[in-house]
Design a protein around this ligand. Structure first.
Ligand code: ADP
Ligand code: MG
Length: 326
């Protein structure tokens, strides 16, 4: 039986599930989402930005067999696609508002669309973001999501100062360690499979940490391509360099159990963590410490450009510098 046509598909899987004008938005304490004047269905969505805030917007494309296995569970693909985009909002300390979805599908298949739409709407609910439009085309499977949020005090990459302390949130290396199991290259124990599933398909955008560090951080980004490459981005944007003390890295147990001796390298250069990396001037350390956040100090910004790594005081050369497409 052929699947639904383009307009039926949009109605069945997207507009009927995401009719949100004037509806309560999760995360907004039940107040109506007045920001969506007109949602899916017209030539454009009509959106009313919150007064006095700055809008933050970002887009990311996930291509089948590049960013996720084409045969993966569609519910999980949707979860990952939206969460990695939300992570960019979190990294700017922006509160989620709206997103659009450009979906390219090889076929109109309800068995794929149903769990995909469910994954998307449940994830959207969880983070209080509303689908307001999109585009549907035929071709090799690819998912483009554009997210928009609102911020009072955006956390940019270019504000770090010499001597600022470098922090990371939570643990590093789980996303990259998960990859060979996600790709079926290695099997993994039942326990590892579970951790892999969480790390790869349900990465946690760090909104709470971003909100908490908002008053203290001088620069921030989310670690999508590995700490080593991403701290270099803060350095370049701020006209500085960095030194990292690798024995301090909070290495994910999953990276230890899958990568063994390469766990440190995985935590340093592996991608897909979606944790925050941020810098804090010395004078805010005490106030930040009082918040008892799940963060670890891993180094300092320095005037000399480039990233210098030390392990127990000795210079240390990593093999790679993070994921690059080209
Ligand atoms: P147009 O021809 O004006 O570009 P479309 O026919 O592409 O409009 O889409 C009709 C409506 O459905 C628009 O409001 C668009 O935003 C929405 N839409 C299309 N595809 C999707 C999708 N995958 N997810 C959400 N909304 C979609
Ligand atoms: Mg139109």
């Amino acid at each position: 039986m052929p699947g639904p046509g383009e307009f039926e598909l949009i109605r069945e899987y997207f507009s009927s599930r995401f009719q949100t004008e004037g509806q309560p938005r999760s995360g907004s304490q039940g107040s109506a989402d007045q920001s969506v004047v007109l949602g899916i269905g017209d030539d454009c969505a009509l959106l009313s930005p919150p007064a006095g805030k700055t809008l933050a917007t970002s887009v990311d494309t996930l291509v089948a067999d590049v960013h996720f296995p084409a045969s993966a569970d569609p519910y999980r693909i949707a979860s990952r696609a939206l969460r990695v985009n939300l992570s960019d909002l979190a990294a700017m300390n922006a509160e989620p508002l709206w997103f659009t979805l450009a979906l390219t599908l090889p076929e109109s298949n309800p068995d794929w669309l149903e769990p995909f739409a469910r994954g998307l709407s449940e994830t959207a609910q969880l983070f209080g973001i509303t689908l307001v439009g999109g585009d549907t085309t035929k071709g090799p499977l690819s998912i483009t999501i554009q997210v928009t949020g609102a911020c009072d005090a955006p956390l940019r990459r270019d504000g770090a100062g010499v001597g600022d302390h470098i922090f990371v949130s939570n643990i590093l290396g789980a996303g990259a360690a998960a990859l060979p199991i996600v790709l079926g290259e290695i099997e993994g124990s039942a326990e590892q499979q579970q951790q892999v599933d969480a790390a790869y398909y349900f990465p946690e955008p760090q909104f709470a940490v971003a909100r908490a560090i908002g008053d203290f951080a001088s620069a921030a980004l989310d670690i999508s391509d590995g700490l080593l490459g991403d701290i270099a981005h803060i350095g370049e944007a701020s006209g500085l360099g960095a030194e990292l003390d690798l024995e301090r890295l909070p290495i994910a147990p999953l990276a230890q159990s899958i990568k063994g001796e390469q766990a440190l390298e995985t935590a340093l250069t592996g991608g897909d963590d979606y944790q925050l990396c941020f810098t804090v001037p010395e004078q805010h350390l005490r106030a930040l410490g009082a918040l008892q956040l799940p963060i670890t100090a891993v180094g300092r910004m320095q005037a000399e450009s480039g990233v210098r790594c030390r392990l127990y005081g000795e210079d240390w050369q990593p093999g790679g510098t993070g994921f690059r497409h080209f």
